[in-house]
Write a protein that binds this ligand. Structure first.
Ligand code: SAM
Length: 201
């Protein structure tokens, strides 16, 4: 199974704020592309992914959406067109389904509740979390990467106070190389690295 945490410091935390322009919804376009690249490859889906999304934008942060691994029905192998706006429609419903002090399964395999970055890291197990960081250990120098949860920051990385906490918590840092990639590029490179490892083992 693959497990990712994506932290978005800007993604809006109410479905009512998701309209046609996903960029103004705190870069919800990036979140949607992150989801697409978590769960889809060309003409197929990845059924072995668990995705944790943390939104820290206005008006009611933080919000935590967990997407559990599930079989995604593909209507026709030749007709897959996953558009960011469709994914945004799903996120809108999930955020709108939030109920205070509860964890709600708004849609099958889509859960929402109020949790921030630290709580989610503690929930998955701090010792399992690996932060994707340009300055970390080179991923190709690391043999096993089983049972880990990969943490990726958004266009702004992490706020200073969270960076400080991540450092203090001693979270392992893994690098994909010296270039600074976009969050979605980081995910795609990582997925490929894990695919290559899986095919080899
Ligand atoms: C666009 S980058 C963040 C840029 C932000 N200005 C900063 O300095 O952190 C988005 C995320 O991609 C990941 N990332 C980018 N380049 C990487 C690299 N070479 N190796 C590992 N992770 C990387 C990090 O998790 C980062 O938080």
């Amino acid at each position: 199974m693959r497990e990712f945490i994506f932290y978005s410091g800007s993604a809006v935390t109410s479905g009512k704020m998701i309209g046609n322009d996903l960029m103004v919804a705190g870069r919800m376009d990036i979140v949607c592309n992150f989801i697409i690249n978590s769960f889809f490859v060309s003409h197929n889906s990845r059924d072995d992914v668990r995705l944790h999304l943390i939104f820290n934008g206005t008006p009611d942060h933080p919000k935590y959406i967990e997407i559990a691994p599930h079989k995604i029905a593909i209507p026709s192998a030749n007709n897959i067109d996953v558009a960011a706006k469709d994914v945004a429609g799903v996120l809108k419903k999930v955020l709108d389904g939030y109920v205070k002090d509860k964890r709600i399964e708004v849609l099958p395999n889509f859960f929402v509740e109020k949790k921030g970055l630290r709580e989610v890291i503690e929930k998955v197990g701090i010792e399992r979390v690996v932060l994707l960081d340009k300055k970390g250990e080179g991923i190709r120098d690391i043999e096993g990467l089983d049972n880990v949860v990969f943490l990726i920051g958004d266009q702004d990385g992490f706020p200073k106070y969270e960076e400080k906490w991540l450092k203090k918590a001693g979270i392992r840092r893994v690098s994909l190389g010296k270039k600074m990639y976009l969050a979605v590029q980081t995910l795609v490179i990582l997925q490929n690295e894990l695919d290559v490892r899986e095919a080899r083992d």
